[in-house]
Design a binder for this molecule. Structure first.
Ligand code: GBH
Length: 449
């Protein structure tokens, strides 16, 4: 029977973190200012057919110039933390070498604007916008990119480490590897499963090296990796192999190396539901010591949850829950509870932060009236509270997204914000869900309806 919320509001722990999230290429605009170098998303979006409507990051939500008023907006909502990402090519325009001070100054100003308002910075180092010069040298197929990333991370820890913050090394290594290197739908637009497998290992290596650099620095705060997890439910309880393969490639391929120090044996190879890359070649990428680096202990695990999938016995994903305007998103709030309790049961204990969770408006829509999003957030907050009651060390919850923004290959057609953006005037307008979120934060509790 489906779970029912109790009649009384479900409280959250007193120090629970409520946040909103964006990422650099999606929200900043200002792609050609202050010495920023090109990233793979500039290159990818320059090919009009890659993005719905031929859109790109310009002018976008223009947060590069509007961060001060966006911080006010968050302050009005009562948000306690803001998760943004640093654009690597603003800090190092070619991905290595000297620091571009104007880029550092920008993020310093953003961080100060947050801190002044009591908003904790939650900083992602890499949200898919690799400097183009590094892509030209092979990108994440090339092991060297992990070393370059560790250098860039060191620069960021030195520049902002005096501030109490949460740090995330890599955003959704899976999406960047699979959608960018295997499906060809995101930058760099490759369609090569072996490149995807290399991008998995080298991003995870980059993560581990950055955690080591964090420990060696004097940076304050906590560090972890942001993994998007997808519960995979078998459609036939007597034939679960397909769902296990999908679980291996979607979840365990990332959780196991980071939290257990080993790769699962069933995520890569010619099995239905697996990443169809050469497993022997994948193993050859793993040099002695790599898994120790990758499993360098973190302070927290960041997870991003959007929905679920069904899997048939052949490893094909099938629809088992209602989808949103993002057809990949099958909405089922209980899946969040399942993910959280699974982490509790299958992995060593570690504080968990939900760093993304949300849904888009239906198409075609520019609206501030979003009852479906209120419902989505309420039911997911309820499942989070339920998981906490059941012993999951969940410490906070970020909504994706603060703002309507550049939704990658979907351009500006899919609006994920709790605050609407007019993409002609860049004017902000809070949606009903922003008011709802604000009430939840104020009460630090979620009601049944
Ligand atoms: C997150 O990814 C991202 O971190 C964020 O930047 C993004 O804006 C947000 O979610 C909303 O999408 O190519 O058709 O197979 C969410 C997880 C997993 C969603 C991969 C798209 C593949 C789509 N993503 N998925 S498809």
């Amino acid at each position: 029977a489906p779970w029912k919320p109790p009649a009384d509001p479900m409280p959250f722990p007193p120090d629970y973190v409520w946040g909103t999230a964006t990422s650099a290429y999606q929200a900043e605009g200002a792609t050609d200012v202050d010495g920023r170098g090109p990233s793979i998303w500039d290159t990818f979006a320059a090919v009009k057919r890659n993005i719905r409507g031929g859109a790109n990051g310009e002018p976008g939500a223009d947060q590069y110039r509007r961060y001060e008023s966006d911080a006010d907006l968050m302050s009005d909502l009562g948000v306690g933390a803001y998760r943004f990402s640093i654009s690597w090519s603003r800090i190092q325009p070619t991905g290595s070498g000297p620091v571009n001070q104007a880029g550092v100054d920008h993020y310093r100003a953003l961080v100060e604007a947050l801190v002044r308002r009591g908003i904790r910075p939650a900083i992602t180092l890499f949200h898919w916008d690799l400097p183009q010069a590094l892509q030209d040298a092979g990108g994440w197929r090339n092991r060297e990119t992990a070393a370059r990333f560790a250098e860039y991370a060191r620069i960021a820890f030195d520049a902002f480490g005096d501030v109490e913050a949460d740090w995330f090394t890599i955003n959704e290594a899976k999406t960047h590897a699979f959608v960018g290197h295997w499906f060809g739908v995101h930058a760099p637009g490759l369609t090569d499963p072996d490149a995807a497998a290399a991008a998995v290992h080298h991003q995870l290596l980059a993560h581990g090296l950055a955690v080591q650099a964090f420990r060696a620095s004097r940076a304050k705060g906590r560090i972890g990796i942001a993994l998007n997890l997808l519960p995979a439910y078998p459609t036939d309880p007597d034939a679960t192999g397909g769902a296990e393969r999908v679980d291996a490639s979607e979840n365990r391929l990332f959780l196991d190396p980071v939290l257990l120090g080993s790769y699962p044996s069933d995520a890569i190879g010619p099995y239905p539901g697996s990443l169809p890359a050469d497993a022997t070649a994948f193993e050859a990428l793993q040099l002695p010591g790599d898994l120790e680096v990758i499993s360098e202990p973190c302070d927290l695990l960041a997870i991003q949850y959007y929905g679920v999938t069904g899997v048939d016995p052949n490893g094909n994903t099938v629809e088992i829950a209602p989808t949103s305007a993002a057809t990949w998103q099958q909405i089922r709030a209980e899946g969040l509870y399942d993910v959280l309790t699974r982490l509790r049961d299958d992995y060593p204990p570690i504080p968990i932060l939900i760093t993304e969770n949300g849904m888009p408006d239906p198409l075609p829509a520019v609206t501030i009236d979003d009852p479906y999003r209120v419902d989505y957030l309420r039911t997911h907050f309820q499942q989070a509270a339920r998981a906490i009651d059941d012993g999951v060390p969940l410490i906070g919850h970020f909504v994706w997204s603060l703002l309507d923004n550049f939704e990658w290959a979907e351009g500006y057609a899919q609006r994920w914000g709790i605050v609407a953006v007019d993409f002609t005037t860049q004017e902000r307008m809070p949606k009903a869900s922003a008011g709802f979120f604000s009430d939840v934060i104020a009460a630090n509790a979620v009601s049944p309806a």
